[in-house]
Write a protein that binds this ligand. Sequence first.
Ligand code: PLP
Length: 295
Amino acid sequence: MSSAPITSISLQGKQVDILRLELEHPDVQGNKWYKLKYNLQFILDNGYKSIMTFGGVFSNHLHAIAGVCKENGIKAIAVLRGENDEENPTLKYLRSMDVECLFINREMYRMRNMPDFIAQLSAQFGNVYVLPEGGTNELAVKGCSEILQGLETKYDHILCAVGTGGTMAGIISTPGLTANVIGVSALKTDKDTISPVIRSFIPDNNTVDWKLYFDDKFGGFGQYHGLLHQYLDAFKTTHGILLDPMYTGKLMYKTEQLISSGELTGNRILCIHSGGLQGWEGWYYRYANKYNPQD
Ligand SMILES: *Cc1c(COP(=O)(O)O)cnc(C)c1O
């Protein structure tokens, strides 16, 4: 059984269940624990002493890595897109957890998946386990295919937030899943580069029906948007659930839209709260001056 609690709320006149992964693990919250679980096992089984991975300067993934590595005596090297900022709360946390931070510019960061570039970067750290951006790889997908254990046949629609697509690929790969899966990407894009990633991780014989939406309302990944902030506040007041500002706010907003437009025809709906609450610190750090409750 999934160990996370489920909370039922009413949205646009329908009951919607929320799978509360954000309540599962204090430091390594939400989907990130599932993504790291088998990677960690692999690292420990194979005697790796260090791990190198990639992300932005407010990354939930890097935050999770910091906690897991500290707990397990593994050295973490974070390759960060952008510049150092001593006041950034996520970076402060990484440093407090002894993560080594390497900053690279955006052009270099584009090479993050190129084998030569990775080899060159990691050479200085010896025998290092390299985990791609967002922690998404086959072992991460395997971990995420366990998120719905015990819930495989209970729902018509399962909705999840999407970044790299690893979590959604895991959800789709859940053995025995009868629901369809709807992903809501936090990214705004004209070119869908995420669906091919998802497809590459799901077995060929998988028959789950799935669909991916992108952010067409809130200005793209990590951007401030008054309506989104207002929605997050209202959601907390109405339902008593704190969403995160990067991913799950957009997920729940889209869910409401899909219910009111009649696209979710079934009545058994599950949304996955994938955590990410550490993101609030960075959000306030960046946007405190923009935040106006009257927005
Ligand atoms: C990282 C994250 C996601 C996205 O996960 P992917 O596997 O990269 O798609 C979704 N929600 C939250 C809260 C996250 O922190």
